[in-house]
Design a protein around this ligand. Structure first.
Ligand code: SF4
Ligand code: SF3
Length: 548
């Protein structure tokens, strides 16, 4: 075994990637990510000591969320970038220690190794990276709960970073991140304390998604019902993927008047729903499907592709030179567009010039998809929705949010959507929607049968809608609503979305296509007993159970 990673749904044999990632991550990159998490925990341990005494250090907050985001599945495959992040962690650690001393915060007599270990040479770092992995924790249940916390924090970090890029932050979320990471350094924690931490992770997940919702909507307007073009025009173009709307804004600004069009890819599709982006005439629509189809679709797109976040599939040499990364994403050998300096916009001129040299995208489909059903828009239609439920025109909603993935068994979700009775409406968010958002599912009294709220973080919108419906129908329990949950997961943002739903009291969530490998049997038992979580079975039996 040269590595161990089991953080995503596609982990090898459903147990763990041990030689190379199914995602394409090498053992060296995987181990360096382990080392980065090791250092992150050290920084958070120290930052938490400061916070207990009222000392807030933004440098530590920023380092922690950026580093966690870097280790999310399919975000960063660049070993050098991860190594430099580890080194940055050492200097952030030094800075925090200095600040603690200067502010009279006492350091404990014995400090965890994570706060003091260092090496100056890369060889020393690489050697250390082999011994700080997940399996170092021998107790299966403690390991499971600690990793569940860390993966929830990774998702939280991604959303915190997007909000931060727009000038929004929630100090309580940062405080929690440091406290939780610090708690994972306890060599002999009580299981109950870890379970409590997992639940707190969920409520902080709600806070960070609410923050990002506020950041996105205050910056770009509330998403509106939109018919998104999925065809192409004849100009050279840039395809923008990932989740970061600040990058979207700056790219649209800088491409204006250059003759280069912009299309969204995968999780960037919901950018089409924001009023502020609609004013750009050269913003054409969405190209392609969810992340795992990129090998074929980037080939036919012809122009350069900008990754603002996950999900990158290791590119084929035929188009690798057209891949650009920015922010927490990275891939060795691809051009990385540096971060903003002193609040100035990123410089996208290189990718724009590249686009000008490329042929226009090849058409792979034609038509439109409808989206933009975030909470504001749905609540504007609340009367219509409530009437439809009261009259029985809508029998039930089914939340089918989350992620898509490449495994064949995800055809389940297409079949489930197709077989749903005609009086059931799908509520979705995240890239899971690509399994059914182009099917002719029709509408109910003018309400489309697939209501897409947006990106995975917009699952928050689905929770707001559910809470509003609960109020309108005068119910005491969110679980009394006619809403079923059949959620698909892949990476760690789905983990925080799931924990957030649990913290809101949602029960009986079906999670598929498989339950996480990082949940030990005892932890699964806790989730089943307290929240009624279950996996999925075959479409017909699940339909009976979920819809009746
Ligand atoms: Fe394997 Fe997923 Fe980890 Fe990649 S992220 S190494 S596929 S478990
Ligand atoms: Fe998708 Fe990667 Fe999760 Fe944001 S883009 S939902 S998988």
């Amino acid at each position: 075994m040269s590595m161990f990673c089991y953080q995503c749904q596609e982990t090898a044999k459903g147990t763990g990637c041990t030689a190379v990632g199914v995602c394409g991550k090498t053992d060296e990159v995987s181990n360096l990510q382990d080392l980065l998490i090791f250092v992150v925990k050290g920084v958070s341990f120290l930052a938490h000591l400061g916070r207990e005494k009222g000392l807030i250090l933004e440098k530590a907050d920023k380092f922690v969320f950026e580093a966690l985001f870097t280790t999310i599945t399919n975000a960063n495959f660049d070993g050098d970038k991860i190594l430099s992040k580890v080194k940055e962690g050492f200097s952030v650690r030094d800075f925090v220690v200095r600040e603690l001393r200067e502010n009279g915060v006492e350091l404990p007599g014995t400090l965890p190794e994570n706060t003091v270990w260092r090496a100056d040479q890369d060889a020393g770092l690489i050697l250390k990276s082999l011994s700080v992995g997940i399996l170092k924790e021998e107790n299966e249940d403690i390991r499971s709960l600690k990793e569940l916390v860390v993966y929830g924090l990774k998702g939280m970090a991604a959303y915190a970073e997007h909000a931060y890029n727009l000038g929004y932050k929630n100090d309580g979320v940062f405080a929690f991140m440091h406290r939780a990471l610090s708690a994972t350094l306890d060599p002999a924690p009580e299981l109950d304390d870890l379970v409590r931490l997992v639940l707190e992770c969920g409520s902080n997940g709600v806070s960070v998604m609410a923050l990002l919702d506020k950041a996105n909507t205050e910056s770009y307007g509330a998403p509106e019902i939109t018919r998104v073009n999925i065809g192409v025009r004849g100009n050279p173009a840039i395809l923008i993927s990932g989740h970061d709307l600040k990058d979207m804004e700056e790219l649209l600004e800088q491409t204006q008047g250059t003759g280069v069009d912009v299309y969204t890819h995968s999780e960037m599709l919901p950018a089409n729903y924001y009023p502020a982006f609609k004013k750009y005439e050269h913003f054409v629509g969405n190209y392609g499907n969810s992340w795992w189809k990129q090998k074929e679709e980037f080939e036919s797109f012809n122009g350069p592709v900008l990754f603002t976040t996950n999900c990158i599939v290791p590119p084929k040499t035929s188009y690798k030179d057209r891949i650009y990364t920015t922010g927490s994403s990275g891939f060795s050998g691809c051009t990385h567009i540096p971060d903003r300096v002193n609040g100035k916009p990123k410089d996208f001129s290189a990718i724009i010039e590249h686009a000008k040299r490329c042929p226009a995208p090849k058409e792979i489909e034609r038509g439109e998809i409808v989206g933009g059903f975030a909470h504001n828009q749905v609540l504007a239609l609340a009367d219509k929705v409530v009437d439809a439920v009261k009259s029985g025109a809508i029998r039930k909603f089914v939340v089918m949010a989350g992620c898509d993935g490449r495994m064949k068994d995800r055809a389940y979700y297409t079949e489930f959507a197709e077989k749903l009775p005609k009086d059931v409406v799908i509520l979705t968010a995240g890239c899971a929607k690509y399994r059914y958002n182009k099917l002719p599912l029709g509408d109910i009294a003018g309400i489309p049968r697939v209501l897409d709220a947006g990106q995975c973080n917009d699952s928050y919108s689905l929770a707001v809608i559910a809470l509003k419906l609960k109020e309108v129908f005068g119910l005491n329990d969110i679980n009394d609503l006619p809403i079923a949950y059949n959620i698909a997961w892949y990476e760690q943002k789905a983990v925080i979305v799931l924990l957030a739903l649990l913290s809101l009291g949602v029960k009986n969530i079906h999670l598929g296509p498989t339950l996480p490998a990082f949940l030990s049997p005892a932890v699964v038992k806790v989730l089943v007993e307290n929240f009624g979580i279950s996996g999925i079975g075959d479409v017909d039996s699940d339909m009976k159970e979920l819809i009746g």
